[in-house]
Write a protein that binds this ligand. Structure first.
Ligand code: ARG
Ligand code: ASP
Length: 729
């Protein structure tokens, strides 16, 4: 297909005027005017696209902030007050917590600005403007190029576009591909680096229901925390300083006290991380039947061991809480994803679409000639072959990454020290010293939350799995060689010997080594048994897996780009939004319940009475603070109640994904009604195959947040900073 890009962009703009499924789609804010405004207004929105995204005046987008590059957050006061999820601020909250001052357990509220806690390294990024730079980025690029030639040409163009973009001081330029590399947008961003913790409820509210309720509706979690952005005297970014002042935003979100009803319009504005809506069926089958089960199995084992240790010791629990939650989160999501794809026949749906695609492609090609593998009707066959070929490599990648790159903690540290050794050997002392400095910073945080005894158990268990499950024998035999070299009788003994003999399991010993002469230190590190094991495994992986894996992945990516382009061109009457890629998006839908199973129907709102129903005194997931129970008994809800009841969470058909956590849920007028934090179990497959019947996002009701700040925490000085409104009255 040889449509020049201009007409491709035109086709896109044309198609997007109506959406097929209510709720589906992660739209680009700068294109709302052309593509979605009408649809949104029909669904009940009272704003214009210009109210949401404008480069000329303050608009909603100026209140939306990328929180530390992962989550979303929003500004809710004229003094830079920033709202995000409890789970997004978790590691900051944890970093200020000790057994004596346990903010995770008891919550924390700064009663004035002096008490707000600084978080070195934490960033808050805003978007100044978004430009289409497709033409400039794809200049001179053509279909005859190999993927490598294509990328090389694009890289040169990207540099040129970046360098020629005019920005103000403090602004940065980022360019990202959309539609699998068929389109490019440039983002001008501003990043603030003094972001302080203002308040958080205790975990028994902010993480109520913990891992049991995670990804589940009905939900009763008050998943929020509050920060504040600080700036220098000119309102510009500056690292922490006592002289910094609260940031004055171009726009902040007023908060609605009128709440929501089933059928109300809602939109979620944030930074969704990654979706894969346009994968071929073969890829979906592989993810669900082969790759996810492997990842689930690794995490099953790690979570059991770490969970047992956490329940036995409060200190270990504090150290591992954040790490455990992160591992458990996707472990559970993958399980739900498989189930959701099965109940909605996700693979079957993809296959039916592919049959349609094939018919349309054949028709389109009927009187044209193509070079080998260039005809769109051949793409699916090519995918099938490539995915078959890549499977063992992808499986090896997942086992290797999950086991040595994530779940055995010390293996990551060993990997870094292998790099440190190589740095010294290749680049000499100055490079070694600078790398060592950075590593040292990282290690201070690492050891604060590290228990070698727990990790040793994980090692013994997962290393066995590595040997047994790795599709390539080389890696297994390396392990066996090392075991016999060290005289280990079994995996437990192997683990015990390694953890005892390695310097990496002792921070004190490692720090002594850091002060030694570089050549001595390097020699010791190179002979450390864990560094040796890690480097042998990584080398074998690098030889056996990486070259083939990345070669195949490049081919798949290139094919996926052509497939995306063909889909858009072959179905000119359908709408296709670009996959999430960590850039700012708008999704919109309605507040509504759903039917998860035959004869079961879920209502869209939960109430505080439901928290009390789930209450299990002393339980690590379902305990409830005494104060909250008292407020419930007294019905002391102030102006935050809804007909005498205290709403907690609600759901809607807004299409969200990881990264949307902390995103504002916004009403028809642009007011905050809730805080997005999760999706429902049946619909976690929305990243691969959105299905409007069961995909719902979960939000905390803004009124519950206000109630907790005001009545529970007594931090009403924060409420006074906010703008509370009654849009329905
Ligand atoms: N599932 C939500 C998300 O993906 C919330 C995760 C945090 N909560 C937890 N219990 N791990 O981020
Ligand atoms: N909980 C997710 C997040 O942290 C949101 C989601 O996956 O729905 O971004």
């Amino acid at each position: 297909m040889k449509l020049p890009f201009k007409s491709f962009a035109f086709v896109l703009a044309f198609l997007f005027t109506s959406s097929v499924f209510a709720g589906e789609g992660m739209w680009l804010p700068q294109l709302l005017k052309a593509l979605n405004e009408g649809d949104m207004q029909t669904m009940g929105m009272k704003m214009t696209a210009e109210d949401i995204y404008s480069v000329n005046k303050g608009s909603l987008k100026d209140a939306i902030v990328h929180f530390n590059g992962g989550c979303t957050s929003e500004i809710i006061s004229a003094k830079g007050l920033l709202l995000t999820n409890h789970h997004c601020g978790y590691s900051q909250i944890q970093s200020h917590s000790t057994l004596e001052k346990n903010y995770l357990k008891d919550g924390f509220w700064a009663m004035n600005m002096k008490e707000e806690l600084s978080n070195p390294g934490l960033t808050a990024t805003m978007i100044a403007r978004i430009d289409d730079v497709t033409e400039a980025v794809l200049k001179g690029v053509n279909d005859g190029m190999s993927p490598k030639e294509r990328q090389a040409a694009i890289d040169i163009n990207l540099e040129a576009v970046k360098n020629s973009t005019e920005v103000e001081k403090h602004q940065e330029v980022r360019i990202r591909p959309f539609y699998k590399g068929n389109q490019y947008y440039l983002f001008v961003t501003v990043t603030y680096t003094d972001v302080r913790l203002v308040g958080t409820p205790p975990e028994s509210i902010g993480k109520f229901g913990s891992d049991t309720d995670n990804w589940v509706w009905p939900r009763h979690t008050g998943d929020f925390s509050i920060f504040r952005i600080y700036a220098d005297k000119n309102n510009m970014p500056a690292d922490y300083s006592e002289d910094n002042v609260p940031y004055t935003p171009k726009h902040f979100l007023p908060i609605s006290l009128d709440g929501i009803e089933e059928g109300d319009f809602s939109m979620v504005f944030g930074f969704p991380g990654r979706t894969d809506q346009y994968l071929p069926s073969f890829a979906v089958e592989q993810i669900v039947d082969v790759l996810n089960p492997a990842r689930i199995e690794v995490r099953d084992h790690a979570l059991k061991i770490v969970g047992t240790a956490m329940r036995a010791d409060e200190g270990v629990r504090l150290q591992y809480a954040s790490k455990f939650a992160r591992i458990a989160n996707y472990w559970k999501k993958w399980i739900g994803e498989k189930q959701g794809l099965e109940t909605t026949d996700g693979v079957g749906r993809k296959k039916r679409f592919e049959a349609e695609y094939l018919a349309a492609a054949k028709k389109y090609e009927s009187n044209k000639r193509y070079k080998e593998n260039q005809a769109p009707s051949t793409y699916l066959k090519q995918f099938e072959k490539l995915y078959k070929e890549i499977q063992p490599y992808a499986l090896a990648r997942d086992y290797h990454n999950e086991i040595t790159g994530r779940n055995i903690e010390i293996m990551q540290v060993a990997g870094y020290h292998q790099r440190l050794v190589n740095t010294y050997k290749k680049s000499g002392e100055p490079a070694y010293t600078s790398f060592k400095g950075r590593l040292n910073n990282y290690l201070q945080g690492f050891y604060k939350n590290y228990q070698p005894a727990v990790d040793q158990k994980v090692f013994a268990d997962l290393i066995q799995m590595y040997v047994e499950k790795m599709p390539f024998d080389e890696m297994a035999s390396i392990m066996k060689d090392q075991m016999s070299a060290i005289g280990a009788s079994d995996y437990n003994d192997f683990a015990a010997k390694l953890y005892q003999n390695s310097i990496l399991t002792s921070q004190d010993m490692l720090m002594v080594l850091y002060n030694e002469e570089p050549d001595k230190a390097v020699e010791k590190l190179a002979n450390d048994p864990l560094v040796k094991l890690s480097s042998a495994l990584n080398d074998a992986y690098g030889e056996q897996v990486t070259p083939k894996l990345s070669g195949l992945q490049d081919q798949i990516n290139e094919l996926q780009r052509k497939y995306m382009k063909a889909i858009i061109e072959l179905f000119p009457d359908r709408s296709f939004y670009p996959d999430a890629n960590g850039t700012l998006r708008v999704t919109y839908g309605k507040i509504n319940g759903y039917q998860p199973r035959d004869a079961v129907s879920y209502l869209p709102v939960t109430y505080l009475s439901g928290v009390v129903e789930k209450f299990v005194p002393g339980d690590y997931e379902f305990d409830v603070p005494k104060k909250l129970l008292e407020l419930y008994e007294e019905k002391n809800y102030g102006e935050y109640a809804d007909n005498g009841k205290m709403p907690v969470c609600f759901i809607g058909s807004n299409h969200t994904t990881g990264g949307n956590s902390g995103s504002p849920a916004i009403d028809a007028h642009g007011n905050l009604i809730g805080l997005n934090f999760d999706r429902v179990w049946e619909g976690t497959m929305s990243d691969i195959n959105y299905d409007a019947s069961i995909c719902r996002n979960i939000m905390v009701d803004a009124r519950y947040i206000l109630f907790i700040i005001d009545k529970f925490a007594g931090a009403d000085h924060l409420i006074k900073e906010m703008k509370l409104v009654h849009p329905k009255k």
